[in-house]
Design a protein around this ligand. Structure first.
Ligand code: ACO
Length: 271
């Protein structure tokens, strides 16, 4: 198992063959996140070895993540930072962020979002293994993954509006895609907690299991995903991701294009 250094970012990164595991690793702060966490996530995405097929995101301790570090509202939370303002985004408090000009502030947010967006790449399947609280940025990190396996004690909560913010870590699109606009409005604007049974019913989780079975459930799912041909899995994920944005005819055309490539790849040598 190879381990990458993510020292001081509140993250742990481990690889085991085709599986990469990212662990939110500040259990004493319920895995609260900062700009430093999101820069580190982006770097992991930048440097992810090509052979990795499954990325699992989990939290150390009883909570997946309590969301942004509340210290960002008042002070620098003290984790390692990304590059300083002269080099680009990275300072870890909202007061410092607010001092930026509009373009720099947007770049800072874009850099944070980059930490989440790569989890949708067709070449990988990302799985959030969620137990306990997944609040705000924690909920959005789970939403950034392709699949969510939850423990029966899960508590999803989109708390940003209650704190005067909007959810901006790429969470609004997958949330609306899954639950629809009315339910998303209701959930976000009340900051209420969604538990395991409701998450399953709404499609926010693919599976709910007892907390002590979460690790095994993720392992079983990962093994099933790895048993499928990689090129076919990548092409199929690409097709499925594009489906909501295409007409039936355009989707049928996309299927033909992908299948022609598959058929050639599988049978060209038998001509
Ligand atoms: N930021 C900074 N510190 C935190 C955070 C956070 N988001 N969440 C928990 N902690 C700290 C607590 O202050 C406490 O520290 P201490 O031991 O030094 O006092 C420690 O983590 C443990 O927290 P508890 O509250 O004791 O743990 P408990 O399991 O009882 O509750 C819970 C967990 C529900 C997550 C609670 O800590 C909480 O409500 N946290 C704040 C959640 C929040 O509002 N997040 C922002 C969401 S918005 C966004 O992400 C954009």
């Amino acid at each position: 198992m190879a381990e990458a250094a993510t020292g001081g970012t509140g993250l742990r990164f481990e690889m085991d063959g085709e599986i990469a595991t990212i662990t939110l690793d500040r259990p004493e702060k319920r895995n609260a996140q900062t700009f430093g966490t999101w820069s580190a996530l982006a770097r992991i995405g930048d440097e992810l070895p090509e052979h990795v097929r499954v990325v699992v995101i989990r939290g150390e301790g009883p909570s997946f993540s309590s969301g942004i570090d509340l210290g960002m509202f008042t002070q620098d939370p003290g984790l390692a930072q990304g590059p300083g303002p002269a080099e680009g985004p990275g300072t870890d408090s909202f007061a410092a962020a607010a001092a930026h000009g509009d373009a720099d502030l947007q770049r800072l947010i874009a850099e944070a979002q980059r930490g989440f967006l790569w989890l949708r790449r067709p070449e990988i399947v990302s799985i959030a293994a969620v137990r306990g609280h997944a609040i705000g940025a924690g909920f959005q990190l789970a939403l950034a993954c392709d699949l969510r396996i939850v423990a029966d004690d899960v508590m999803f909560c989109m708390k940003e509006p209650a704190l005067g913010l909007v959810p901006d870590l790429t969470g609004t699109k997958p949330l609306v895609d899954i639950v629809g606009v009315p339910r998303a409005i209701e959930m976000c604007l009340t900051a209420r907690v969604v538990g395991a049974a409701e998450a399953l019913r709404l499609g926010l989780a693919e599976m709910a299991v007892p907390a002590n079975e979460l690790g095994q459930a993720v392992q079983d799912l990962t093994a099933a995903l790895l048993a499928v041909d990689r090129a076919a899995a990548t092409a199929t994920k690409r097709l499925l991701q594009g489906a909501p944005h295409r007409t039936l005819e355009a989707q049928a055309a996309a299927e033909r294009t992908e299948q022609a490539t598959r058929i050639r790849a599988l049978f060209a040598s038998s001509k």
